[in-house]
Every structure is written in C-alpha cells, then in structure tokens.
Design a protein around this ligand. Sequence first.
Ligand code: GAL
Length: 672
Amino acid sequence: MAFGVDYRWLRWPGTGGPRIGYGADYNPEQWPRHVWDDDVAAMRAAGVNIVSLAIFSWARLQPGPGEFDFAWLDDIMDLLHRNGIAVDLATATASPPPWLTAAHPEILPVDRHGATIWPGARQHWRPTSPVFRAYALALVRAIAQRYRDHPALTAWHVSNELGCHNVYDFSDDAADAFRAWLRARYGDIDALNHAWGTAFWSQRYTDFGQILPPRQAASYPNPTQQLDFKRFSSDALREHLRAERDILRAVTPDVPVTTNFMVMGESSGMNYADWAGEVDFVANDHYVHPGPQALDELSFSANLTGNLAGGRPWFLMEHSTSAVNWQPVNLAKRDGELARDSLTHVAHGADAICFFQWRQSAAGAEKYHSAMLPHAGRDSDLFRAVTALGRTLSDLSGVAGTPRTPARAAILFDWESWWACEQDSHPTSRLRYKQEALDWYSAFLTLGIRVDVLPAAADFGGYDLVVAPILHLMPAALAERLRGYVDAGGHLVTTYFSGIVDEHDHIWLGGYPGALRDLLGVRVEEFGPLSDGEQVLLDTGAPATLWTDRITVTDPQVEVLATYRSGEYAGRPAITRRPVGAGSAGYVSTRLGATGLVDVLARFASAAGVGSELPEHLRGRVELAVRGQYRFLINRTDEPVPLTDLPGEPVVGPARTLPPRAVAVRAVPAAH
Ligand code: GAL
C-alpha cells in the first residue's frame, strides 16, 4: 500500500506536536454569519481542532457555470484559522446543484429498472458521466487553486462517502464504461464468454457492444455479469476519486488527500481493500447499529479500517454524538456511549475523532440527527459530554501517531467473497457474510483474545491463527496462499460455503469445497441449507442454523471435533481439524452464531497456542486493544469492572474500577 504523504505531516495550524484530531463536518452556510462566531467560540470550548468544510457547498460556491463565490468560504477559513482550528477542506462535488442537473439531466443515475434517480436529495450523479466529471473537476481545480496557500488547509476531503447512494448506476454512460472495463479485463469476447459461462441460457456474445449492465431481466441475470458489474462499479468510483485526487496533488503536492470510506456502511459496494492505497491517509465513517452486537460491530469496523490503513493511524471522519435520523427508530446514545464509542475507534488506530455534524441543523432532512452542538444549545448534557471528550482526547495526545500493535490471530475479510456469496440463485438467500465474520469477532471478544480483521489480500503469514469465514470466492492464488500458510505451520479455520468458486464464479469441481478440499481433508457432495426457523444440534449440544454440510472425511488424520446430533446428517462430522505438520486446517460446516462459536474458537485458538492477554476476570467483559505502549481497556458491559492485576500507569480513565461503558487507557513500558 503506497501512502504518498504521511498523515503526521498534516499541517496542523499553530504549534505543538501530534495530537488527536477532534471535530466535525461543519456546515456554516446553513446559518447566518453571526452564528459563526458563536460556533467557533463553542468549538474552542469543546476542544475542537479540526473541521471538514464545504462538503455540500457546491450550489453556494458555484451559483452558475463559470461563476464562483468564495467570499463566504474565505471568511470562515480565516475565522477558523484565527482560532487555531484546522480545515479538512472538501472538494464540494458530492451533491450537484440544480442549475447543473437542469442543464445536464444526462448526469443523473438510472436504476436497474431504467428509472431516473432525480435530484432533490444528494449524490445524484453517474460515476461514469463525462459531463459530470468535467464540471466536478473544474470545481476541484478552482477550490484547490483558491486555497492552496491558506494556512488553515490541513487535508483535502474528496467528495463525500463516494458510493453512498450512487454506487450502482445502470445508465447508458455506465453501459459504455462497463464495456470498456470488460474489454480491458478480458481482451477478447471469447474470454468473456468463457468467464461468464454464456453457453448457459443462450447468452453468447459476439461483440462487446452487445453487453449491458445487469438491468432488470426476466429472471436471474448472469451471475458473473453481476459480479463483474460490482467490480466495475467499485472501480468506477475509485476512478473518480483518483481524478479529483490527481488535481489536488498537482496543485498542492504537500497536502494529504483523503476521502471518507464507509467500511461497514449500508452498502457493500466499494471494495475498500482496493481503495485504501489511493489516499494519503485512510478516513472512515461509522454509525452504530443498535442491537446485541452493536459495540462489537463498531469495534470490528474500527479494526478493519485500521488494517486497511496497514496498521497506521487513520481518521474517524464521521460518527454520531447520539441519534441518527435514518434508522427505523433512532435511539439516543446512553450515558457513556459517546466517549466509549469514540475511544474504541482511537483504540484501533484512529488519530482523529470527528462527527457528523458540528451544529444540529434547524431545517432539512437531517434536523433530527444529533450533532456536537444540539438544538438545546451549549447548556445541555450532550454538549457537556462533547466537551469532556475533547479533554480526554487532549490527554491522549501521546497516542497520536502510534500504530496499532498487531494481534496473533486474524479474521480475513474479503469484499469479492461478500459480493459473490450473497448473489441470487444460491442454495440459500439467508446467508449473511458480514454477520458470520462479526460472529467470529464477537467470539474472540468473549474469549478476550485480540484479533486483527484483515483484507484477504493482506500478508497473514505472521499470524498464528487465521479465521476465514465464508471465504467463498477463491482464485487459485488465494487457495495457494492458504495452503502455504498452513504448510508453514499456520493454523487456518474456515467455514461453510468457503472455497466454492473461482474468480469467475465458476465452481471448483470434484466435491466441495473444491479449492480447499485436500487442505481440509473433507469432501462434501451436497449442501444442506436449513429452512427458516430450523435448527439442528451438534453433539456438543450447540444449536446450529442456516447451513449444514454432508461431510465425508477423506484423510484419516482429520480429527472430528463435533458431529451433528440431529437432522439429516446426524452422526456425520460438523467440525473438523486436519493437522498439517506444525499447522492445521479447520472446518466449521454450519452457523453457530456469536455464542456457539466461543467453545469452538477456544479449541482452535488453544491448539494454535493463541491466548488472551487479559487477566481471567476481565475476559469477555473488557475489550483490549493495543497501540504501542498504550493499552485500551473498553468495558463491553453495563456493569462496573474491577481493574486489578493489570500492568502500567493510568493515562486516561479510572485506575481501579471501570464504570459501565467506560474506557481506560494505561501506558505499559516496553519491558512488559
Ligand atoms: C453520512 C453522510 C453525512 C450525513 C450522515 C448522517 O452518510 O456522509 O453527510 O448524512 O451520514 O448519519
């Protein structure tokens, strides 16, 4: 991964060494001028030191073609700088203004049914529209030239959440670009016909010009066409990112460029493992999904983001101080959660904690979305919590710049497998890739074992234990890497529906899981998905759902760790482990869920010699994350937890008892 500009070179205005960034999206154009002075005073009171400006300002900055109005932005940039607040300046291209869409409706995206996505909300642009691209880049150039020497300019923020609403566009522009992308990928039409398996259903193409995006069809569109369209759509947005970035780099080579990812966002459409090397530092947005695994999911997102960044620090560009406005019911955060959620991101490598947004809007679609400065104003518990967090982050300045400390276990996460395993016309439509990965993560947390969530392309050779949940799409090279890992003494565990297809979504033949059959020492002739509500038991008593496999063990060395006690496959193996030299290859053929996986993981981890670094009484109750000498202890429970038998000096948080939902940070000298 090539990072052009080290994040530590961020040009913080004023003096001082590295510090944790603290701030928000700031939308001053929603407010009269006099409010800006109050804003900046309140930012100072809260300890804010960075804001993202101009994210949705296109209509205000460019009232018409070729006409720019920068006066208001000059004013607020100057005001922020006078107050020691750095600016992560957006390129303002996220939401095209009405004059542009009125003049050029051909930039509007089209859905799979051929319906236009009309203006009226935001992000109504085709990633592949040459017209949109030309207008957007002209704006980027104008902004870059205007602010290239402004002392508040600290980083560039390309667009906003690329792909949040427009990742899949089925327009004619998309069709043209898709054809060009396919030509580059396959070279000739025969190669495409082979990859797409077009002998099926009379789909054979004789020319690239006949190819369309997978628009609404009479039945299931060709699966490889669907998969390639997902790849193409991610790449098309990445091209847009590159196009904006290249202008910014040309004008200001020493100002780092980022864009805010949505690593665990609503859409799986952006393959961030492919994007991370395009930015100078990784930035991510995360919003809590209430439910029993809410905190685990937050931690998972932060962990994966930190590993997309190659272990280096990253920015949390957005999260919420309290409720959002876009869930069916928008729950307020409970006491302690604002700080705990923020510090969990810091624990996994975030060097900035920012929110959407600074001042809660009085109008517009997000007026019920929380902010740092709520409708109630400064005299509010929320603003007091925001201010307290500002002090805590300032106390953590020493952490800024410290990379994550790798764990000894890893979970592999792979966007292509995610896309492929959840496609239509499969053995079950109920399979959820992210949920399976998250369940394994929760099991690690329950055991108190640190784990890194890694993109599958990352180097996992140094880990003692690698879990690869539903690693469904397996090019030969990936299967080879996994084999090499096990041969070298690594301990691999994989699950149902892994190693099933190659990069073209073609089945590895000869019995499942074709790509891993020999490595695992098992063979499956037929899948046994379970109906909704159906569950079978393992001989361990654990209930299993969603999926079963009719396993035959093919290598006498294989140990059967659990068998099915009930269901069609009663008496057959459910969980296996094949020792390979000093390593092993394990297989879990069913869905056990976050609780059911705990015992299974404990066995695999102990065989791999991987254990918890926490004293026994803290395991499961506290999450441990490590950045160099700093150990973050995150209370996962609603109960106080005694912090006994721990090395190190308290940096932040209590020394003796961790209150519910609280975080303590201790510094442990290198000798420990
Ligand atoms: C993000 C977006 C922000 C705001 C926020 C609300 O997806 O980037 O502009 O809409 O969600 O949660």
